[in-house]
Design a protein around this ligand. Sequence first.
Ligand code: BGC
Length: 706
Amino acid sequence: MADHSVSDLVAELTLAEKVALTHGANDPDGRATGYVQGIERLDVPPLRMVDGPLGVRVPGESATAFPAPLALAATFDTALAEEYGAALGRETKGMDADVLLAPGANLIRVPQNGRNFEYYSEDPVLSAAFAARVTAGIQSEDTIATPKHYVANNQETHRASVSADVSERALRELYLPSFRAAVEAGAGSVMTAYNSVNGTRMSDHERLLRDVLKDEWDFEGYVVSDWFGTEDAAAAANAGLDVEMPGVTMAEMAGALDEEGEQEFEIPEELARGMPDHESCERFAEVLADRVREGALDEARLDDMVTRVLTQMDRIGRLDGTRGDGAVDTPEHRALAERVATRGSVLLKNDDDVLPLADDAAVALVGPNVDETVLGGGGSSETTPVTETTPEDGITARADGDVTVEYGLPPVEAVSMLEMMVGGEQGDDQGESPNEPTREADVEGAVAAATDADVAVVCVRDTATEAIDRDSLALPDRQNELVVAVAEAAERTVVVCNTSGPVELPWRDAVDAIVQNWYPGQAHGDALAAVLYGDADPGGRLPVTFAPEEAYPTSGDERRYPGVDGVVHYDEGVFVGYRHFDDAADVPTYPFGHGHSYAEFAYTDAALEGDTVRVTVENTAERAGREVVQVYVRPPERDDRPVRELAGFASVPVPAGASETVAIDLDDHAFETYDEDDGWVTPPGEYTLEVGRSSRDTRLELSTSR
Ligand code: BGC
């Protein structure tokens, strides 16, 4: 259907029908998380929205459980991001839904944020590249992507009521680029955040919705609220919000989540701080037609809202029925889930080449949750796979030597917002320990197994969920004690971390190797075995800095986090992540961009041609490997600018002994800074380009004057 047909259609709609296309309703099939009813009279079908960033969630049904976006970003491989997005789009279509509520495009500002696993990075260039390519992938499968949560939803504590007090410069340099990149990649929809920015609710934020998103960035899709995220319907519609969700009550939503169909829900105290006030939300369904009649909302604006929705439906072939078929849980998607989990694993440390393991090594596999697959964190991004492998499955299947399994501690219980909302315990069905949920601590048993083995592999995890921030960066329960006890006894110790973001590693000097394995999804066990035994090179690098909790810029000052009197002050400005650590006395435990390969690389012949850096990378090892080449820009005079900023990167496979010339295009804003009066400016002078393996491992330098 061509554009003029959408306008013809809008001209046919009654006021009530127009309003019906701007808000959520109950899905009669109970499958969609967001459902916009169709207009039967005019053959407009309904629009169905599903979560989310790690795979499709339809209650009671299964789909591929992909690794968390943070694991994807750790690959630094944007081609892989596009494949991941396309697979998500195909699965959305295969599940009969039209819209995927993904990608998560918020920057990682606070290391404890309960949703960091759903996002990409502390760095805007890396985050923007992933948000853009995942969006492009989703949309390549005739599915509408929904980058979220626009903008500055950087914590879960008080996420619905807090106002982020943030400078225009920090917005432009850090928090907006991922959204802008996703819009430029064609995103059909953008979801507003619950929080306010500089005192205005994001669902009512005329400047950021209408002026920046729609006028400045030419966004032609529709803006959808986060669930129960609106307050004043007319104010939101006038500011630029096009669709209000979910349009049904919290009890109805909770009923749909509960397999037994109970209509009761109760928000426990610990969840309350992260939940929207569903009672103060004014429904478009109830008031929008009146607002038009009263003149509080121009009908032309309502037409624009409806046009935006219908145009996206048309684009994916929903209006003329030409949308193709999707596919769920295909062999290709299973393989991709495993590839991303493998490639996103970061080898933080590997003393004396303890990894890869010898095929016939006698392994003590230790950890309270080694019989569980770490699919993800709790909340709207939860996924249920058809098939999964635990570390115990994967390592036992891969090993030629003996594998002795010792849990050491009772399982660390996963936390789930969804379970808690329907009155469940904190445990969730993605972290259930099928064997012995009540098993006793037995650190001695783990120590004994470690003593007898050639190598101990200790798997540790954190827990994270939407609506609640982690209360600390320490590993929960007695896991640190378990690692220390095993490391003392074992000849060699490898620790595998399954975490939602940075954690503290207080025992790191006592162990030989550390693999940061994030939330790896359904292929957890097989992917981990592939990394540990060297079937694949760990191609991952850190998309977030690892440091002691108190060293982060948001620590130790309530103003900055979690905020005082309803306001969180972004006083650190642009000094987030490595931009902070490069400027501070604190040395990070592992810097941004860090990660070892099993191969070794030499860098030669760097040159800048236009805005492209070319460099030759030689694999000097006797095995194939994958290098992530990173380019950082150092400005001529520091003033108030970060020491260095990522300007481009590339992940490149290099066969043993071979050389590859890598071309890295620099980001459009690579040399610029945002000036509150003049906008993007490039202060003149001599800029240094650092080419290397991480933000702290420069191999070659170039300079250029601007
Ligand atoms: C989350 C969104 C999600 C929506 C629908 C909200 O609680 O913040 O990310 O897409 O629910 O499940």
